[in-house]
Design a protein around this ligand. Sequence first.
Ligand code: ZN
Length: 432
Amino acid sequence: MICRGIVWLAAALVAASCAKPSAGPPPTSLPDAAPAAWKRPPITDFHAHLSLDGADRLRQIMADNGVERFVNLSGGSGRHNAQAWLMAKLLADQFPGKIVNFASPNWRGFGHPDWIARETEALDTAVTQYGFAGVKIAKGLGLGHTDEHDRLVAVDDPRLDPLWRKAADLGIPVCIHVADPRAFWWPLTPRNERWDELGVHPYWAYGPIPDDVMAGFPPQAQELVRQRTPVPSWPAMLQAAERMYRRNPRTTFVAVHFGNAAEDLDYVDGLLQRNPNVWIDTAARVGEFGRHPAGKVRAFFDKWQDRTVFGTDIGIGSDYLMLGSNGEVEPQMADVKPFYDAHWQFFETTARQIAHPSPIQGRWHVDAVGLPAAVLDKIYRSNAAKLLDRNLLKARAASAPAPQPNAAVPPPADPTPAWAQALSQAGTAAAP
Ligand SMILES: [Zn+2]
């Protein structure tokens, strides 16, 4: 980890020298990257998973990394007499104004006639009595939660519309995780680009698993794989999400993980273009959007600088840490600073072929984008402040355009590699 720090220092020096005109034109016509003298503002990390017992570590991590505020997406639901909300509130009370909790629905009983009334009331309670500031919808919507007929609840299930409307009325955003990285749908073999991650958690994969690969997993993991149930395709899930955004233009959505489609920059650009009520966060996807040409990524951030918030997907508990994603070995406190530093390096320098913050998500390197100071300031903190301003969101809701329930939504590109197509078609008796 120490050597990674040195690599960054070296890269930052290279980047600083690259910013001079003599080093050639920058990749786009945007202003130069933030100057060396620029001082990073206090950060809001808009995508974190915090627990009450992690308060001491949290304090340390904030101090070490200049994080002023965390949005805790793990505020939980109101079940069991709102135990989770109470704990989240106790944590927030220790950090006045610096921990912001988001609540999730209790999916139990979905589809029964009283479910939606219960959950809209619960959301009201979370906001007015526990000080919550948003909704978090985890990927279980569309991938795992079932209704009263034991059918998978679709992301655009209209039975959820009153909940989205309630969020708009309360002036709070909805952070929504839809689907998963595209490669999770490809056959799971060592050729899958997410093998490092999926090989440790094979039950995260949705694609077929060849028998010989399966045989290499521990019995418990095999059992979990066998319990998998079929899920919609990657493009179908993203289309469902967009139908839902379009039907609910008064509600402000943060499509987390870079619009849930960091694989396809043009698609996310179109998503934001078509849906003024949708924002994105950067959580756990630097490795993915960082694979596109740096000039294109830089232009993307410039274009969408008013609807992008910085987030990392850090998880902090007393005996638990997650840094974007986890493998077999859990990270230690000493790994947290290099994790944040990797983000700063990506957004603030123009270094080439650097490590991304969560190397377990793929064995490749990324090119940093060196954003201008004004853009960094918005993404790092001031956009977050807007999303957490209830009056502002209520005003947006009041002036929102009419819903577009029947508009056709385009799918993202889905260039599944030839090996994956061939393996899916041929059956999966053996890995290549
Ligand atoms: Zn997360």
